[in-house]
Design a protein around this ligand. Structure first.
Ligand code: AMP
Length: 110
């Protein structure tokens, strides 16, 4: 499968990883939109929120908790969690991911 985030998860494409467990990898966004811009990515290839199934409920819950853990570790006082869905929702990489953004005045824009 030609998926950039699957390749990052497998270590086939370099990234600055900030977290990894059995189900997730998190790494710095290559084109950060804030001082802190981390992508939390399930290792399971799911194209987007549109493609989630009942079986993914635990994974989706864990996605939020992984973001919370990273934020705690980085002692972030506040942050924004964003999931873009589909081209019209701003999604450019077709592998589910959560943006964790913090540390920038522009964070209030949305
Ligand atoms: P989205 O627009 O929600 O699909 O977000 C995709 C994000 O992936 C963008 O913020 C990109 O900057 C980021 N991105 C694309 N390629 C890479 C890469 N090789 N390493 C890290 N981040 C990437």
């Amino acid at each position: 499968m030609n998926c950039i985030f699957c390749k990052i998860a497998k270590g086939e494409i370099p990234s600055v990883k900030v977290f990894e467990n059995d189900n997730f990898v998190a790494f710095n966004d290559i084109n950060p939109k804030a001082k802190i811009h981390i992508l939390v990515v399930p290792k399971k290839h799911i194209e987007s929120v549109k493609h989630l199934q009942d079986i993914d409920k635990d994974l989706v819950a864990e996605l939020i908790f992984v973001a919370q853990k990273i934020a705690k570790e980085k002692e972030l006082q506040g942050y924004k969690l964003v999931i873009n869905v589909g081209r019209e929702g701003g999604q450019t990489v077709d592998h589910l991911h959560l943006h964790l953004l913090s540390g920038d005045a522009n964070i209030k824009a949305i």
